[in-house]
Design a protein around this ligand. Structure first.
Ligand code: NAD
Length: 479
């Protein structure tokens, strides 16, 4: 029995390639985590059945189509189906019997009090038990609070006292938009278990990755469960730190992108997740931070740092609302274009997207908000009053202000002259610091970014200077 939170073993197994036999696996929940899990386990040589209660999703998957945008997903899905390694079903009675390993990948949304709602995890565990025909390793891949495995084990035993189940925690660290890359080339594979047999089963399952040298970290179950919350909370904290810095830089006239470049060059800090902007969103960070906070409180430890991280994240959206207000004076009836609606680039996921939170705030203030996103076909049902265009320039036509909300790489290539000419006024708020201030100035924009000085277009500067009786020479221009 492994305990005391110690990491028991860090593999790779000295490079030797273990002999692997494909296992018969089921994955419950074929969403943003479950579906990449299905296709990558198929690609590793296992036979996988994806089970979901959403019949429409399963119908799509059976036809080889993906229900959401994720680079590389559709190719691996079609490959797995054509090799006979992947099947999908809504029927637990046919999908679950005879499986060696069942992954639970269902949602764990926040309850109103912030704690994780684990009803879908319980339902999945009871379903596994009902249809098990022999010993099964039940793997928690959903993000759950430390201690959940205990409840999973209890539910399994209540349903089927005649079967010996092993419960394993194997948290998922993939990033949406890079899910396949992350699953096939993981930074680490984390397995928490309490029996040698369960560890051995998971080593066999991941043997093709271990033989390539990917790191396996083995711990007790509570440590594995808690590690996932710790990682997400820490990453969210880095983002909020950068955003708090941005607020100070704006007041001090400093440049947050330079400050974070200096910080990130320190190997102890690192560059990733230090970008100031509209803040984090998506299905994981907001709810995981709350769930971790609730878990800590339930264990008798007050962890106010986590609340502060969330507060600074909310403030990041308010800071952009304030910039739009500073730029436009009155927001009523102004046309504001939002570039990017997904919570980050590489995905069409809009769950808890800062762009949609911003849209709601601007609509509350009576602006006319038009969104555009290269991958989100229609977010209008999520934000009453939001209009959506299917072309960037159509979205910006006649706009009083454009706000860049998601740092899609293609927004770097915006034709600034064209944009400027179709807008009512050339005002641009960059919520991701994606664009270059000097290029924006040269293209004639008044440019507000995050944690960097406001850039006024030349004409505005000249007009203001003339009003002050001064003479100014635009930077980069010969006298
Ligand atoms: P999702 O909403 O995209 O997918 C969940 C799927 O589970 C849905 O298709 C739903 O229909 C299905 N489902 C729910 N209850 C079911 C049941 N009883 N039987 C069968 N199917 C059922 O959610 P997701 O983004 O894939 O997240 C799943 C879990 O993974 C969460 O705990 C999340 O925190 C965690 N996670 C998510 C990410 C991410 O980037 N999205 C990354 C790491 C971990």
């Amino acid at each position: 029995m492994y305990g005391n939170g110690k990491v028991k073993r860090v593999l790779p197994l000295n490079g030797q390639r273990p002999t692997t036999e494909g296992m018969d696996i089921a994955v419950i929940g074929t969403g943003h985590v479950g579906l990449p899990t299905c296709v990558t386990l198929g690609a590793l040589g296992h036979t996988v059945t994806g089970l979901d209660e959403d019949a429409q999703k399963i119908e799509l998957l059976q036809a080889g189509s993906v229900p959401f945008f994720e680079p590389g997903l559709e190719e691996l899905l079609c490959q797995g189906i054509s090799q006979g390694r992947l099947t999908f079903s809504v029927d637990a009675e046919t999908a679950l019997p005879g499986k060696d390993v069942v992954f639970i990948c269902v949602g764990t949304p926040a309850r109103e009090d912030g704690s994780a709602n684990l009803l879908a995890v319980e339902t999945a565990a009871r379903t596994v038990a009902r249809f098990a025909t022999g010993p099964v390793v039940v793997v928690e891949k959903s993000t759950v609070p430390a201690g959940t495995a205990h409840w999973v084990r209890r539910a399994l035993a209540q349903e089927r006292p005649d079967i010996r189940f092993q419960v394993v925690s194997n948290p998922e660290f993939l990033r949406e938009g890079q899910a396949i890359e992350d699953s096939l080339h993981p930074d680490r594979i984390l397995v928490g278990a309490d029996s040698l047999a369960a560890f051995e089963k998971m080593r066999q399952l991941y043997a093709p990755l271990l033989s390539e040298g990917y790191q396996l970290i083995e711990t007790d179950i509570e440590t594995a469960e808690l590690s996932k919350h710790a990682c997400n909370a820490f990453l969210a904290m880095k983002i909020s730190f950068a955003n708090a810095l941005a607020r100070i830089c704006e007041r001090a006239g400093a440049d947050v992108t330079a400050v974070t470049r200096v910080m990130g060059a320190d190997a102890r800090i690192g560059h990733m997740f230090l970008a100031a902007g509209l803040g984090y969103g998506g299905y994981c960070f907001p709810k995981d931070l709350q769930a971790f906070h609730r878990l800590a409180a339930g264990l008798g430890y007050d962890f106010p740092l986590l609340e502060e991280v969330a507060r600074i994240n909310d403030e990041a959206v308010e800071a952009v609302v304030q910039k739009v207000e500073d730029a436009l004076w009155n927001l009523e009836n102004k046309r504001v274009t939002l570039l990017g609606l997904a919570f980050k680039p590489g995905t069409n996921d809009t769950r808890f997207s800062p762009a949609l939170i911003l849209a709601r705030r601007l609509i509350e203030k009576k602006s006319h908000v038009v969104g555009y996103d290269p991958q989100v076909p229609d977010a209008t049902s999520q934000v009453p009053g939001l209009e959506q265009a299917h072309d960037l320039y159509a979205a910006a036509e006649g706009a009083d202000c454009v706000v860049l909300c998601t740092d899609w790489p293609e927004f770097r290539a915006i034709d600034l002259w064209r944009l400027r000419n179709i807008m009512a006024y050339p005002v641009f708020v960059d919520g991701r610091n994606l664009l270059d201030p000097e290029q924006m100035r040269a293209a004639g924009f008044t440019y507000y970014s995050t944690g960097r000085p406001v850039v006024q277009d030349y004409q505005f500067e000249i007009a203001s200077a003339e009003a002050e009786g001064e003479q100014i020479v635009p930077q980069g221009r010969a006298t």
